[in-house]
Design a binder for this molecule. Structure first.
Ligand code: FE2
Length: 613
């Protein structure tokens, strides 16, 4: 038995992953345990979790692989400083102390931290380093159901690379070309995230969500002034407009002058049509770059399959367009596409590339186990915890519970759904989700304002039974990780059950797409999760039951948290979030908690508990 622990840390989202003999066993992000969103510190809790999950001590682990090479990264900081000196001095000084303290001597630093898990761990030579984009590429290809593929990884920046094209076959990944810092699609998108008043590295989703409300009026200006985009998708940014290589902000005055408005202050300035037009413009530019890149890759690499990872792969609107344009026949996206997934990629890269192990993809399903790779709690643990929290609960059989909850959904109740192993990656996929009836007119506003405490424009995503996907959406391929956007069908045909068939004398009911308003974006698109009975049987059964009583095989699915809070991990987290928001019902495994039956003094104001993201 060979066990490999992968770690990503000290940059964006730290995480740990464990693989045994090449099988993905467990993976989790540190933020879920520390309750600090995007926590980038050494992932002590995540490492503890993956070890305990397999009853292993650290000294029993064969290899530990870090997701990037600290020295290369240090070199980039140093060279950037020299290239832009003296302008870059401020940022260099800001980053130096951290590097000196934690990063420059990372092998020793890591070794010391690892020993905290197990005093008997004494072999520093078990620690290895992968490369940042190589880790992303490995996380995109090795778990995929493909024997061969083209790989595209795009993010802000790793060591030097920001965009990487690779080709993979069997157990081997070969990097073909790279685009280097400071030329970066991720950082370009982040510059606009900053300009529209959202937080860099987390507000990118908001820009994407805002885009359909605007018109791409500034697309031409961006393409003319900010970026030199070639036909093959390669690009260079015009660094006259950006500050991130040299200063502590993303953009400079030239940038704001170009668009004629200052950076939006989220505390004072409301979002206006201008910001929506800006969001729409940068989204259009990003899509154009990605489509050009993917098209040129498809000409160069003879494979029908494309794998993607890196933070920009989370831009599901762009992903949907790749699919729609039929550039590749199949596309697979790593659900933990950001730096957290680098932990898994680093471990897999070591197993296949360094140890030269054979790879036998199933060709029908991927190796991520639905991305349900985190902690879980059995009924006994749930009950003990609920008791200790003074919660009022009912225990039901699974069948009974599913029927009860399907009916509560129909009654427009908002429900916290806590089941099985927590998801790895930024999306809730029916293990730590808030779910609701998508047919309700008031649901989007209600969930945004009273449950999630966030902007009312934020769209919600649908979970749909895989076999019914085509009844509701213009999409034909699996989207188990909610990473593809497609249109809601113009005319939806709902099949009638036997009783209805007799009653109405028709097989199918024709209705317009506005029938699921809570998950339909203003441009009639939706970010889709297909639900599969093989990976999440209980959630599948729930939607199936909901369909039985409503004819609707779609649910609203949003992450179980409030604005600024990491997704809930434990029963305690779930109960706290339930009691601090307007959620009506909490379901933990086979236990149901109704809000109106809880002790009033346990209710709390949760709205300002977490920092705005
Ligand atoms: Fe990255």
């Amino acid at each position: 038995m060979t066990s490999i622990l992968g770690i990503s840390a000290f940059y964006h989202d730290s995480a740990a992953a464990l693989i045994i003999d090449g099988e993905i066993i467990s993976a989790a992000q540190e933020e879920r345990f520390s309750r600090k969103k995007h926590d980038s510190r050494y992932p002590f809790n995540a490492v503890e979790f993956v070890l305990n999950h397999s009853n292993l001590k650290l000294s029993q682990i064969d290899y530990i692989v870090f997701f990037e090479k600290p020295f290369l990264k240090f070199e980039r900081l140093l060279e950037t400083y020299l290239a832009f000196a003296p302008k870059g001095f401020a940022s260099f000084c800001m980053s130096m102390p951290i590097w000196l303290r934690e990063k420059l001597f990372q092998k020793n630093f890591l070794f010391e931290r690892l020993k905290e898990h197990d005093k008997n761990f004494e072999d520093i030579n078990k620690i290895y380093f992968s490369e940042h984009h190589y880790s992303h590429a490995a996380s995109a290809f090795y778990p995929s159901p493909f024997k061969d593929a083209a790989i595209l990884t795009i993010d802000g920046v790793g060591e030097w690379a920001t965009t990487t094209v690779a080709v993979a076959k069997d157990n081997e990944i070969k990097i073909l070309k790279e685009i280097y810092f400071p030329h970066s699609i991720g950082l370009l998108y982040s510059a606009f995230t900053y300009y529209t008043g959202f937080k860099v590295n987390s507000g990118e989703y908001k820009v994407m969500g805002l885009a359909p409300y605007g018109e791409a009026k500034y697309k031409d200006i961006i393409l003319k002034e900010l970026i030199d985009l070639k036909e093959d998708g390669s690009f260079r940014l015009n660094m006259k407009y950006f500050n991130y290589a040299t200063g502590l902000t993303m953009i400079n005055e030239k940038f704001t002058n170009l668009f004629g408005k200052k950076v939006r202050n989220p505390k004072k300035d409301l979002l206006t049509q201008f910001h929506m037009d800006i969001a729409s413009s940068i989204q259009a530019v990003i899509e154009e770059i990605i489509l050009k890149l993917v098209t040129s890759i498809s000409k160069e690499i003879k494979s029908r399959n494309l794998c993607m990872a890196g933070g920009v792969a989370l831009n599901c609107v762009a992903n949907g367009k790749i699919l729609k344009n039929n550039i590749f026949e199949n596309i697979w996206l790593q659900p933990a596409a950001g730096d957290a997934g680098g932990s898994l990629g680093a471990a897999l890269a070591f197993w296949y590339q360094e140890l030269s192990n054979k790879r036998n993809p199933s060709l029908t399903h991927d190796e991520m186990k639905g991305s349900y790779l985190g902690p879980s709690f059995d009924d006994q643990q749930v009950e003990n915890t609920l008791k200790s929290l003074n919660a009022k609960y009912e225990r039901h059989s699974e069948e009974n519970l599913i029927s009860l909850i399907a009916n509560e959904l129909k009654n427009e109740k908002t429900i916290g759904w806590f089941q099985g192993r927590m998801e790895f990656g930024p999306r809730a996929l029916g293990a730590r989700s808030i779910i609701a009836d998508p047919r309700s007119d008031k649901m989007q506003k209600e969930l945004n304002l009273k449950v999630k405490f966030r902007e009312s424009f934020r769209p919600f995503a649908p979970s749909v039974l895989r076999e019914d996907l085509n009844d509701w959406f213009e999409l034909n391929s699996d989207s188990p990780y909610m990473l593809l956007v497609a249109d809601v069908k113009k005319n939806i045909q709902i099949p009638m059950n036997d009783k209805e068939k007799k009653l109405f004398g028709i097989d199918k009911l024709n209705i317009k797409r506005s029938t699921i308003p809570a998950v339909t974006h203003v441009d009639y698109s939706a970010r889709i999760q297909t639900v599969h009975k093989e990976t999440n049987p209980k959630y599948y059964k729930l939607i199936k039951k909901f369909k039985e009583i409503t004819n609707c095989s779609v649910l609203v699915n949003t992450s179980f948290n409030v604005r600024g809070e990491p997704i809930v991990c434990t029963i305690e987290d779930a109960f706290k979030c339930f009691m601090g928001t307007n959620l009506d019902i909490l379901v933990c495994e086979n236990f149901i908690l109704y809000k109106d039956k809880q002790i009033k003094s346990l209710l709390k104001d949760y709205k300002n508990e977490f920092e705005n993201d």
